[in-house]
Design a protein around this ligand. Sequence first.
Ligand SMILES: [Zn+2]
Length: 207
Amino acid sequence: MLTLDAPAAPAPVRRASARRRRVVFVVAGVIAATLTAAVIGVAVTGTFSEAVAPFTKLVPFSPTAEDGLIAEGETVTVDDEVPAIARLNPDLRDAMRAAEAEAASDGLSFRVMSGWRSVEYQEWLLEDAIELYASEEVARQYVASPDRSTHVTGDGIDIGPTDAQFWLMTNGSRYGICQTYANERWHYELATDPGGVCPEMKSDAAS
Ligand SMILES: [Zn+2]
């Protein structure tokens, strides 16, 4: 029998749109609460980034190539254009490229372990090291804080393997390249004029 009573179709539509309104309302509420907290935070701390920091901390940071990450197993040379290389101080990059060209004639190649790093990446490395060594004091001997790290400014580069490191220890100064920390034979910076004498190394990144 054909009957036209109780057409139930409009009800779910109403429910769906009511649900949508609720979702929009909740999302708007969360945004409003976050912005309100940020505005209060700005009033208290003075800067927007400090004010929103407690919220961004809720999402765990994970470095990407954009932060200068060179993934484990990835082979990067000083001639590559990834952010870790592209954002280095051009003088350091050019000196490393010139040095590598000469080392190549000795049958060696430089492998970049790390170059430029974002502030967030450096902070993440430091926090990771503090966890690893269970000591902030020990961690800082190997990983500088973002405001001290020459990786963050693009003035430091970590090179491997061992034969390339020894080549740089012997020949780097001809390009102005020096090992700058006694406990990091992989870490190099432009620290003298080409053909000059490298300054005495600091004992570690904390000194
Ligand atoms: Zn380094």
